[in-house]
Design a protein. Structure first.
Length: 317
């Protein structure tokens, strides 16, 4: 049984981080260590010999993950967020996929916990909708196994010898770059539906929309930094926002454009409403409204990222 190093970046060891640690200690996989990387240690004591707490100072998650890798001893690095926790079979299920020597990274779904609040549940429903998140929607539900372009760092396991450094300077999108670098080495990024964690969403709708703006902004910055034609996929929501505004304005001056714009909006609204139907009308209407708002938040973030400057500095460790 190969050793796995579980790396958990966090600001502080709060109740969610304690939950993450306690659930990791229950994993049905014997050979692992846990590295928790808070800004500063607190008075909390943990008895397990599998656990190491390493202060990093006030740093971004990317820096903390890099620092965790430098201190890790495992053949595989398992990344999980401090506000997530794994299903008991997380590592056991993930490691078996590395029998395929061309698989460099394995990840899976990050599902909304059962005890999540209403805003988190709405966010989970929204993000699991293909018509909102596109190919990223598999991250938020159980889907079929497949190779994919990227996975989020709240739930993936990677071969240690392949692991690049995370870009220290991004708030998000550093995990996208991490996956792209592994793909560039001709290894597969594999989504496995039995590699599951439960991940808390933002605890308010405003925070959800702010997060979507940041996602759009950061992937635009990454696209500008390392352009390739396949990254044009990420511009879809930015183009949607531009198209919406252009159609709205031009429809005031050109009747035919007004008619086409009206037809497009009716089709769009129908698709979004039908795919937002959930357990009751109130939840369905909330998911419908936030799905549309998510499109605009992500798209506006992308446009902002295209036209704004980001200086990325990789700090030495």
């Amino acid at each position: 049984m190969e050793r796995v190093s579980i790396i958990i970046p966090c600001k502080r060891i709060d109740e969610l981080t304690k939950k993450c640690i306690s659930e990791c200690l229950k994993l049905d996989y014997d050979n692992f260590e846990i590295l928790v990387l808070p800004d500063y240690k607190n008075k909390e004591k943990f008895k397990s010999k599998k656990l190491r707490i390493i202060e990093t100072g006030d740093k971004k998650p990317a820096f903390k993950r890099n620092f965790g890798m430098l201190n890790a001893k495992g053949k595989y690095y398992a990344f999980i967020d401090s506000d997530a926790y794994p299903r008991r079979d997380w590592l056991k299920n993930a490691v078996k996929y590395f029998e395929d020597e061309k698989i460099g990274l394995v990840g899976g779904s990050n599902l909304t916990p059962l005890d999540a609040n209403i805003a988190e549940k709405i966010s989970g429903y929204v993000l699991s909708n293909f018509f909102v998140s596109g190919r990223a929607s598999i991250r938020y539900k159980i889907a079929r196994n497949r190779c994919t372009k990227e996975l989020p760092s709240c739930n993936y396991i990677v071969r240690a010898e392949l692991s690049p450094k995370y870009i220290d300077g991004f708030l998000t999108a550093e995990d996208s770059k991490f996956c792209f670098d592994i793909s560039d080495k001709r290894y597969k990024i594999f989504y496995a539906n039995d590699v599951v964690v439960f991940h808390h969403r933002r605890d308010s709708i405003w925070k959800h929309l702010k997060q979507m703006f940041v996602y759009g902004r950061d992937i635009a910055w990454l696209t500008k930094r390392e352009f390739s034609f396949d990254k044009l996929y990420y511009s879809i929501m930015g183009l949607f926002v531009v198209g919406f505004l252009a159609g709205l304005i031009l429809s005031l001056f050109f009747k035919i454009i007004g008619i086409l714009f009206f037809i497009f909006m009716i089709i769009y609204i129908l698709i979004m409403f039908v795919t937002s139907i959930k357990e009751n009308l109130k939840m369905s209407l909330a998911v419908f409204a936030i799905s549309i708002a998510t499109h605009f938040a992500w798209g506006i973030g992308y446009i902002y990222g295209i036209f704004s400057k980001q200086n990325i500095v990789q700090k030495s460790l």
